[in-house]
Design a protein around this ligand. Structure first.
Ligand code: NAD
Length: 302
């Protein structure tokens, strides 16, 4: 089955990045969100990103217009019947994702592949919500999707090899390097990365080192391009906490989320997207350490 049209569910950070990457690599995309304002914001964001590519000489004006002409929007799921591949990128919640897949089950032909961009939820559990578990697969992109070169492909217990082959082709056409993971929480990258980000929170929360010293330590001492706390802010502290909770439940204490991380999410410090996390942000620019983290009596750990 040749894949030409992709239905992307969820027009947030990841869904709009996936849509942008797909239209600039020749796919037709229908971007879906239950909120019209999310679709409006995604359209403006994608257009702005492509305009920047034109200004910087990375893309011609003609290619930009052609890519935008391949993008359409739908607040209902009806047009999913036209797509050969669905990529779901709504928020990280098993029941909500299962509800999307069971609604799509009624609309899409049986051969349509259902992929999820989940960071932590079992693909086998998502497949179980459908009558096509052999055609359910994980496509875990990284943020920002147009720039990050990796796509982790996750196979559920029942995923067909033929589906993995088709997804490999799509991933490569999107310019990504694919790595293959079994369906275990955290897959490959988050299983290795998240304990490090969480431990960086513990270090700050137990007064061992400051936010800047932790980040400088990992950048200058380990050659990481970003500090773990800068990266945590970029991922979103709520997303990090959610995935840590899933892994904690599955694997136990080693993945227990840091107390400071939990407090920050409760306080509404979600990272870049909320304007404050370990650092403060203005118009997406990092301004300095969040002053709440310099008051020692508010730190707490463990
Ligand atoms: N943020 C990251 O760095 C990152 C990286 C890899 C994977 N992920 C995963 O990608 C998924 C999306 O994350 P995000 O950061 O883009 O979230 P987000 O909050 O930015 O966007 C989610 C969007 O989904 C929409 N939505 C919610 N329920 C819906 C429904 N039933 N139907 C249609 N639209 C719906 C919301 O209106 C919102 O616009 C999550 O599963 C997350 O774990 C996130």
């Amino acid at each position: 089955m040749a894949i030409q049209k992709i239905f992307v569910v969820g027009a947030g950070l990841m869904g709009s990045g996936i849509a942008q990457t797909a239209i600039t690599n020749g796919y037709d995309v229908i971007l879906n969100d239950q909120r019209q304002e999310a679709l409006d914001r995604a359209k403006v964001g994608i257009q702005r990103a492509l305009n920047r590519d034109v200004e910087k000489g990375r893309m011609t004006q003609e290619a930009c217009e052609e890519a935008m002409s391949r993008l359409s929007f739908d607040t209902t799921m009806e047009s999913a019947r036209e797509a050969q591949l669905v990529i779901e990128a709504i928020y990280e919640n098993l029941e909500a994702k299962q509800a999307v897949f069971s609604a799509l089950e009624e609309i899409c032909p049986p051969e349509t592949i259902f992929a999820s961009n989940t960071s932590s939820i079992s693909l086998t559990a998502l497949g179980a919500a459908t009558k096509r578990p052999s055609r359910v697969v994980g496509m875990h992109f990284f943020s920002p999707v147009p720039k990050m070169r990796l796509c982790e492909v996750i196979f559920g217990l029942l995923t067909d090899q033929a589906v993995l082959d088709e997804i490999k082709e799509v991933g490569e056409r999107l310019g990504k390097t694919l790595i293959l993971s079994d369906d275990k929480p955290g897959f490959i990258v988050n299983r290795a990365l998240l304990p490090m980000l969480n431990e960086a929170c513990v270090i700050v929360g137990s007064f061992i080192g400051t936010v800047e010293d932790v980040d400088n330590g990992m950048k200058l001492g380990c050659n990481h391009p970003m500090g773990p706390l800068e990266l945590a802010d970029m991922v979103g502290l709520d997303i990090l906490l959610n995935v840590m909770m899933v892994m904690d439940k599955e694997y136990g204490a080693k993945y227990h989320p840091s107390m400071l991380l939990r407090k920050m999410v409760t306080a509404g410090f979600l990272g870049r997207k909320s304007g404050a996390g370990f650092y403060l942000y203005e118009d997406g620019k990092k301004m300095g350490v969040n002053p709440a983290l310099t008051r020692e009596h508010h730190l707490c750990e463990e």
